[in-house]
Design a protein. Structure first.
Length: 548
């Protein structure tokens, strides 16, 4: 029953992505001419790669392989294998050229290079519905936890953080989830998309996702290390996909949930009932032309209502997903700061005033972000509403970077704030202002090498407040200085400490700055690095531009 529902719902999303011209370099085109077929290994695991009821390859990774083929002219040939270890061994043996849909776990970079991320799915803890939610992995202490044998990174994290947990290995993720349903293990830890897909496909109604596991969530394409040209080509192809196209590909396999499943059942039952009535009317009044016209009109109205309902559900789902991604991204910094301060106190550190202030600031930041989730207006519009008040921009800047300072300290990076003397007060939303500064400084810290510094200048002209964040990182190439402010787009630079990069941070900054009637841009720093500049106009109580 669940399988045919997946097939019907997947078909509704199967709108072909139009092939767009991709601007390849001459070197890339020459390489693709020499390599017309790329053998891609895909681990047999829904919703990324599996065989449907007709025996055809299906899943998110399979769809991406088809889109990459259509846009490049190179045939990306997906092949289903039993588990990631078989895929990795195939790359080592030369039978495969790439592996689709994997994380950057320890040890894999010894034989693989990685493209830019093409999907996002965090690891989740799956438990029975009659059990408690798990808000912290330490609650798994003393319990049996099922893992796939290839989940070596998660197993290592459990051994380090929850040594009393009993790790039970399984050949596949699906086997671990089924073991939870049977009560053989307390929980299973796996990719959230795989968990949801398995629960629905196997109709395991006694399971739910009890919490998220603290691990990287980006999905990459791993490429044999002697083919760096293919990594460059993949990055070019992935960058050519718009946010709408990425959303279309992802939603086909990851948006479905039980609630939407029930809505479709109700819609199907309602439609069947209405059509039965219509058939009866047609039988009774088969010889009446007027009744036939009424019946046809009724059917058209039902179809229109169903299509309108589906469009509204799709729109709401997309806006909800965008908002959740934005909030999830911005929760990382205060959570990291809170965790580091807690570790400091746990290891015997004194609860000095600075530490307590940092903890309180992190909690306040998380509370404001969580409040954003329950704001109905923000959910409907896909963005938060601003609350304007008078602020001291210098003090607000210092308060915003306090959340990031502990992370920077761990990387040996010095964050310095330079405020112009006699800086005037400023009409703004305090939370939005801090969010802009927080994201820009976090971005600078993420891409700065250890032992360098990040400088934040707070200046003003007669018409605007200017915030300039200087870093000593690798810099941003001219062709990427506009691209990096678009949703889900990342530049060629890589974080220096292995941090995750979803392509949302600078997009969030640009959205907020746009609401505040300002502008943001990136320019090169003299010598090396980059400068990210925000200009916010001075406004009065009615939000009209005024001189300082």
């Amino acid at each position: 029953m669940a399988t045919w529902r997946f097939a019907v719902l997947a078909a509704l999303w199967a709108v072909p992505l139009c092939a767009q011209p991709v601007d390849f370099t001459p070197e890339q085109r020459a390489w693709m001419t020499e390599h017309p077929v790329i053998r891609v290994a895909c681990a047999n695991s829904g919703p990324f790669a599996f065989r449907d009821d007709r025996g055809q390859l299906a899943g998110l990774s399979i769809d991406y392989a088809r889109v990459l083929s259509a846009r490049s002219g190179v045939r990306f040939e997906p092949q289903l294998v039993d588990g990631l270890e078989a895929a990795f061994q195939g790359v080592r043996d030369g039978r495969f050229d790439a592996v689709m849909g994997i994380g950057r776990a320890n040890g894999r970079e010894a034989f693989l290079s990685f493209s830019a991320p093409f999907a996002y799915s965090p690891d989740a803890m799956v438990t029975r519905t009659d059990g408690p939610y798990v808000f912290d992995i330490r609650e798994l202490g003393g319990k049996r936890v099922g893992l796939a044998r290839t989940s070596t990174g998660i197993a290592q994290t459990l051994r380090e953080q929850v040594p009393s947990a009993e790790v039970v290995p399984f050949e596949t993720t699906e086997a671990a989830i089924i073991a939870v349903s049977k009560g053989d293990v307390f929980a299973a830890i796996t990719d959230a998309s795989i968990a949801a897909f398995t629960v629905k496909r196997r109709v395991l109604a006694n399971l739910h996702i009890a919490g998220l596991f603290n691990a990287p969530a980006d999905m990459y394409i791993g490429v044999r290390r002697d083919w760096p040209q293919l990594v460059s080509i993949l990055d070019t192809l992935l960058a050519s996909l718009s946010a709408a196209e990425r959303m279309q590909l992802a939603n086909r396999w990851t948006v479905l949930d039980y609630e939407s499943d029930r809505r479709w059942q109700k819609a199907f039952i309602t439609t069947a009932a209405v059509l039965s009535v219509v058939c009866l009317v047609m039988f009774l009044f088969a010889f009446g032309q007027r009744k036939v016209k009424v019946e046809l009109a009724l059917r058209r109205r039902i179809q229109a209502d169903l299509e309108a309902t589906q469009n509204e559900l799709e729109k709401t789902s997309k806006e909800k997903t965008e908002l959740l991604r934005m909030v999830a991204h911005d929760l990382r910094n205060p959570l990291t700061s809170l965790m580091l301060n807690t570790e400091h106190l746990t290891l015997g550190g004194r609860p000095d005033e600075e530490t307590l202030t940092d903890i309180k600031g992190s909690i306040d930041r998380m509370r404001s972000l969580i409040a954003l989730l329950v704001d109905r207006q923000a959910l409907e519009e896909g963005r938060p509403a601003l609350t304007w008040t008078r602020i001291d921009p210098g003090k607000e800047t210092v308060a915003a970077i306090a959340i990031v300072s502990e992370v920077a300290k761990r990387k040996g990076i010095d964050v310095v704030v330079k405020t112009e003397p006699e800086l005037p007060e400023f009409e703004s939303d305090p939370g939005a202002f801090r969010q802009v500064v927080d994201n820009l400084v976090s971005n600078a810290v993420k891409y700065s090498p250890p032992g360098t510094s990040v400088r934040v200048d707070v200046l003003h002209t007669t018409e605007a407040l200017r915030i300039a964040v200087h870093d000593q990182g690798p810099g941003v190439p001219p062709g990427e200085r506009v691209l990096i402010f678009k949703k889900y787009q990342v530049g060629s630079a890589r974080p220096t400490g292995g941090e995750a990069s979803t392509g949302l941070g600078l997009w969030i900054v640009s959205r907020i700055v746009e609401q505040m009637k300002g502008r943001v841009w990136c320019e090169p720093e003299r010598g090396q690095g980059s400068v990210f500049v925000v200009e916010l106009p001075f406004v009065d109580a009615h939000h009209r531009r005024v001189p300082a």
